[in-house]
Design a protein around this ligand. Structure first.
Ligand SMILES: NC(=O)CC[C@H](N)C(=O)O
Length: 200
């Protein structure tokens, strides 16, 4: 790809602005996506943090659900953070009744997984392919309960009751983190997604 790719941010719900800013700093054309016509212009997509039940419902209302699920399954590079990770999971534990996801990522995700111990927290994580740890902000975050054999684990929590829980993964065209790299003032995870787009 010669020109900078256009990277959409699902913009019906969630922390859209922070992702647009991080993508902008990473040198791509960032585009808020609310309609199928906008999705059609994107080479890649970010699903932000927010509230996954609401995201699914709004995607249905705005006729974005099916085109989006199709693009993801068709190989569009996609990066989900927190609620965005939930929206990419094939299966949810502790979801609300009938909660739908776009799917594509062969994981079982547990919503609000850290909630029983601590709602929101920040920590340093070893992240596959990064020399220095990543500062990770968790807000009512999910964790990956189990992952299929095709899923590469990029980061796990170290220490505390959640020791060893998977919080960042990659499979084919999809990347997902339980935490919010867009809120940490560190663009390395977004930059690694931009490289991932270039390789796809
Ligand atoms: N920060 C977040 O994105 C929280 C996710 C939210 N708890 C959900 O289940 O959708």
């Amino acid at each position: 790809m010669n020109a900078a790719p256009t990277v959409g941010v699902f913009a019906l719900q969630g922390d859209v602005r922070e992702h647009l800013a991080a993508l902008d700093r990473a040198g791509v054309d960032a585009l808020p996506v609310r309609r199928p016509e906008e999705l059609a212009r994107c080479h890649a997509l970010v699903l932000p943090g927010g509230e996954s039940t609401t995201m699914g419902k709004l995607a249905r209302i705005f006729d974005l659900f099916d085109p989006l699920a199709e693009r993801i399954r068709g190989g569009m590079p996609t990066f989900g953070t927190c609620a965005g990770m939930i929206m990419l999971a094939e299966k949810i534990e502790d979801g609300t009744d009938g909660q739908e996801t776009f799917g594509g990522l062969d994981i079982v995700v547990r919503r609000n997984a850290f909630g029983r111990q601590v709602d929101s927290f920040e920590t340093e994580l070893e992240f596959s392919g990064m020399d220095e740890p990543v500062h990770a902000v968790f807000i009512r975050a999910p964790w990956v309960e189990s992952a299929g054999s095709g899923v590469e684990v990029l980061a796990r929590v170290r220490g505390g009751e959640a020791d060893g829980k998977i919080v960042a993964v990659r499979q084919r065209n999809i990347m997902a983190t339980s935490f919010h790299p867009e809120m940490a003032g560190d663009d390395r995870v977004h930059r690694s997604f931009v490289e991932f787009i270039a390789q796809s």
